[in-house]
Design a protein around this ligand. Sequence first.
Ligand SMILES: NC(=O)c1ccc[n+]([C@@H]2O[C@H](COP(=O)([O-])OP(=O)(O)OC[C@H]3O[C@@H](n4cnc5c(N)ncnc54)[C@H](O)[C@@H]3O)[C@@H](O)[C@H]2O)c1
Ligand SMILES: O=C(O)C[C@H](O)C(=O)O
Ligand SMILES: [Mg+2]
Length: 467
Amino acid sequence: MANTSIILRVELTHGQVTFGDVAAAISHAGGDVTSIDVIRIGKESSVRDITVDVQDSAEAQVVSAIKELSGITLINVSDRTFLAHLGGKISMSPNMPIKNRDDLSRVYTPGVARVCTAIHENPNKAYSLTIKRNTVAVVTDGTAVLGLGDIGPAAAAPVMEGKAMLFKQLAGVDAFPICLDTKDTEEIIRTVKAMSPIFGGINLEDISSPRCFEIESRLEQELDIPVFHDDQHGTAVVVMAGLLNSLKVVGKPIESIRVVVNGIGAAGVSVCKMLLAAGLNHLVPVDRDGAIVRGGSYEQPMWQWLAEQPQVEAEPGSLDDVIQGADVFIGVSRAGLLKVHHLQSMAKDPIVFAMANPHPEIEPEVAQPYVRVMATGRSDYPNQINNVLCFPGIFRGALDCRARRINEEMKLAAARAIASVVSDAEVNELYIIPSIFNEHVVANVRHAVIEAAISTGVARRIPPDFR
Ligand SMILES: NC(=O)c1ccc[n+]([C@@H]2O[C@H](COP(=O)([O-])OP(=O)(O)OC[C@H]3O[C@@H](n4cnc5c(N)ncnc54)[C@H](O)[C@@H]3O)[C@@H](O)[C@H]2O)c1
Ligand SMILES: O=C(O)C[C@H](O)C(=O)O
Ligand SMILES: [Mg+2]
């Protein structure tokens, strides 16, 4: 169940109520007091900020429990998550101060003109003389934002800003959120191409399927910088990493397991492709109308591609049917679709990756008694399978070696690099995937990605540590 942290600003009238009464009321209503700040102490009353951890569902009870006490006035309730978003989460800052006319004439007219001319004469110099070498556009149209669906470009911005923060903090990449007010495939392609000169890479984010496949493949063909749809490949890379380690826990080889992937959209298609490339022999892709079966005929080209793969099962059925006997469930669909009776019908030692965000296909507390390995996309449970483990390091590597594209070899190398951060001695049910704060993740992914880029001939520069 999700926890929120709220701050209650209260005025307590001395002699009528004690702080102990307030703490007891909060605790009784399901909240957990984590800190108290005194804002003002007066003769008659005092004002305090009380920070309370509370489950989403109990927030209203905590607030009304406070209101019911006598001798206390609730001045304000603020939510720390909203406070963290005030004014946006990122900003731009110059690399040097402009202190005098001399500085001005170098960074701006007239000095800048010589630099412009140099780039005009040799466009490659854009990499050494502009932000292109380190800048990624995080592009969305707001049509598949987390599992919230088509909420539009403005509402998508907090996710894109969050991705930009993570790019910078984890990998030093300067990423910029671009939220486009169009859902038209051709217009998105045209716009991204038109703005590409300043960027060293394009991270497509939260664009719904099937348009995302066409947008990505066209941009990949038409641009000479890496284009990477994070929800497809970032997710597949991290799922692969988590699965490699989970299979060690349960002692099953990938060749013999049966995997159900629920939700064959952007993330699901790429997850299926990567599983097949890694040697999976029994795959059941499921979308809203049930299993996508071998030999079936589908309008959506990627579903049709799946229907032509020999490892995809031919037996039709709903999730209820096909989950029976499955070793692994991978959910990249919607909240709440997986039930306890599904888990009970799976093979021994079930592995469940319920990755819909922000609410998984099944809540971990509910699933835990029936599964051997449980993972979600969220940071507040163990085993966070989230594409944030991939995109910072993969772009760090691609930018450092000026890769033309991010190819399959680079993705597989990234998956193995993430998995290898957890050693065989460490791996267990609650630790199949490293934390995003593990300092080895980005470094290992970067290294593996550059190595793969060099060996497959897509690197246009050999970074100093590889010479
Ligand atoms: N943890 C992660 O790193 C991560 C990464 C990417 C996506 N996700 C999550 O996965 C989900 C899907 O993301 P996406 O980008 O692929 O979106 P998408 O819109 O491209 O795909 C979602 C798919 O789920 C299918 N679906 C809807 N209802 C279904 C049902 N009842 N049964 C089976 N399938 C159903 C849709 O038809 C669609 O094909 C979202 O919740 C997203 O937050 C998580
Ligand atoms: O944004 C995330 O947390 C992961 C993923 O990109 C998603 O769309 O859910
Ligand atoms: Mg996403």
